[in-house]
Design a protein around this ligand. Sequence first.
Ligand SMILES: Nc1ncnc2c1ncn2[C@@H]1O[C@H](COP(=O)(O)OP(=O)(O)O)[C@@H](O)[C@H]1O
Ligand SMILES: [Mg+2]
Length: 246
Amino acid sequence: MPHLEIADLSASYEKGVDVLSGIDLQVERGEILSLIGPSGSGKSTLLRVIVGLLPPDSGRMVVDGTPVNFHDKRSLRDLRGRCAIVFQQYNLFQNMNVMRNVTIAPTKIKKRAAASVRAEAEALLEKVGLGDKHDAYPDELSGGQQQRVAIARALALKPEILLLDEVTSALDPELVNEVLDAVRVLAGEGMTMVVVSHEMGFVREVSTRVAMMDEGRIVETGTPEEIFDRPSAGRTRDFVAKILRG
Ligand SMILES: Nc1ncnc2c1ncn2[C@@H]1O[C@H](COP(=O)(O)OP(=O)(O)O)[C@@H](O)[C@H]1O
Ligand SMILES: [Mg+2]
């Protein structure tokens, strides 16, 4: 059974103007599916639908065998508990130190015991290479460090599916790799992920499959080798050629 299954899904921000149409997608447990495609093709919108931030107009989404009802509070809450998203803008709480940023949601929203949340947060911060930054405030950290805190914060909610939307796009080039390294660790642990990234070398390296999007549709899906070395659609060929030319 796929971990995440989307069938014939359409979505819009404005009635009648489809931003996503006829999306079919299956993500197996532990898979890393990357979405590539030109700006405005609907990658972020698709991630927003998957985490329950934008209800689709039609189509089906099934998570771990359970159909999602986007108009039912309990179903949405369940979906949001299973998925977490990290954005390009890390949006840390500036008035809280790193540890507090990571522990606030599990303790305040999920009402979990402080001691076990803290122990998990320590392990997560260690995992993203910030074991020595518990007491730092966001403005004392580099962009790459802040983004790694944001990843740890997302993981503190124990998602099954992690969505990453251009998490390195706001970073200076020399900070990109430290964030990608943190993602590589998660990939190696078998986390199911849907990733949007312009770092094509990284996409090629970590993805189990790549889906090319254009104008709100999935043009083709394949292994990284298929998509980058022998794309079947003209639009994929053009996009990949343009990106690889830099
Ligand atoms: N909040 C919004 N309200 C209205 N239109 C939006 C909104 N966000 C994105 N769009 C439009 O939806 C389309 C897809 O955007 P997006 O999903 O952000 O693409 P991508 O992430 O691939 O660059 C674009 O035409 C964009 O202008
Ligand atoms: Mg986007």
